[in-house]
Design a protein around this ligand. Structure first.
Ligand code: SIN
Length: 343
């Protein structure tokens, strides 16, 4: 499992070649006892060791691992994202790599998945997977989740469905999925729009394709970038003041996602602060702190008059990913609004 290329023998030639990139998380986590599922260290077990402990993976495909990072996903960075997407694009351009699985902490998994959905340029399967229980726990969910992710990455049915997220027997679109529970295994859901399918008995069952543009059809190209534009999220609440917005603008932010109220509503003093930020060239995207639904353009606010962008149905953390990538292309709010309608 350590070699850089897939070895070709009569036996391996019949199977798909799947590269598993390790980035850490609870799936690579260890606790002092098998009953401890809350206090443990994430990102300590190597991807090679994880793969060696699931020999049945090699029945599914020729599986090879590579460690890209070893972090708790709360420490995921833009630098790791840029490394990861380059590794994936290089790997999937090779004829002898059929799919990629990324092991990842669950806390920011949805953001990494959506980032890759917009920046990987391939129709081959890319699947993100994690676990809610550390690898040392009794009934850990990691090995079965990883087994299912390899099933998916090796499946022709997963081609051209964008970057997928698979945990707990379900298949989700990276654009739609979100972590909904702090601690339950059944935490990843795609609110309102639902799962793309299920994995049961070592077989994927798909029911639909994502409708928004992704991967091979995405225009976002980050392979040669050294950094991504500074973009921040600010959350709404009763009595919110403008100080935090002014501080974010002063820190050099190029874009702000405002997690507004209901249909992206913004309290009056904040509207003024965001309008001032816009006048300084900062791109403002209205998202919502409500957990589902669309923020409609010119709905709760006159976006045309303010020069703001409506986030469609992206949650604030995914709206920030798209805004950051949009800012690599343009800072024109009307063009960025088109991106939010398209991706
Ligand atoms: C993390 O996100 O790295 C820790 C939590 C998890 O993986 O479930």
């Amino acid at each position: 499992m350590r070699s850089r290329t897939f070895r070709k023998t009569k036996e391996t030639a019949m199977k798909k070649n799947i590269l598993v990139l390790g980035t850490g998380g609870t799936i690579a986590g260890a606790a002092a006892s098998s009953t401890n599922t809350l206090s443990y260290q994430a990102g300590v077990i190597s991807i090679e060791q994880i793969l060696q402990e699931i020999p049945s993976l090699q029945d599914l495909a020729n599986v090879r691992g590579r460690q890209v990072a070893q972090v708790d996903s709360s420490d995921m960075t833009h630098d790791i994202w840029l490394t990861l997407v380059r590794e994936i694009n290089v790997a999937l351009a090779q004829a002898d790599v059929d799919g990629v699985v990324v092991t990842h902490g669950t806390d920011t998994l949805e953001e990494t998945a959506y980032f890759l959905n917009l920046t990987v340029h391939s129709r081959k399967p890319v699947v993100l997977v994690g676990a809610m229980r550390p690898a040392t726990a009794m009934s850990t969910d990691g090995p079965m989740n990883l087994y299912d992710a390899v099933v998916l990455a090796a499946s022709d049915e997963a081609l051209n469905r964008g970057v997928l997220v698979s945990l707990n027997d379900t298949i989700n679109s990276s654009r739609e999925v979100t972590k909904t529970s702090t601690s339950l295994q059944d935490t990843f859901k795609s609110p309102e729009l639902g799962y793309l399918g299920y994995i049961l008995g070592g077989q994927p069952y798909f029911y639909r394709y994502p409708a928004r543009r992704h991967t091979a059809d995405s225009l976002f190209e980050v392979d040669s970038l050294k950094e991504l534009p500074q973009t921040e999220i600010i959350y709404s609440y009763v009595g919110a003041g403008r100080g935090i917005i002014d501080a974010v603008v002063a820190s050099g932010a190029k874009g702000i996602v405002y997690a507004g109220l209901g249909n992206g509503g913004i309290p009056a003093p904040i509207q003024k602060a965001l309008a001032d930020a816009r006048a300084k060239g900062v791109v403002i995207v209205r998202s919502s702190r409500a957990s589902s639904g669309i923020v409609t353009r010119n709905g709760a606010l006159d976006d045309d008059a303010f020069g703001f962008v409506a986030a469609d149905n992206l949650n604030p953390q995914k709206a920030r990913v798209l805004l950051m990538l949009a800012l690599t292309q343009s800072n024109d709010p009307s063009l960025i609004q088109d991106f939010f309608r398209t991706y």
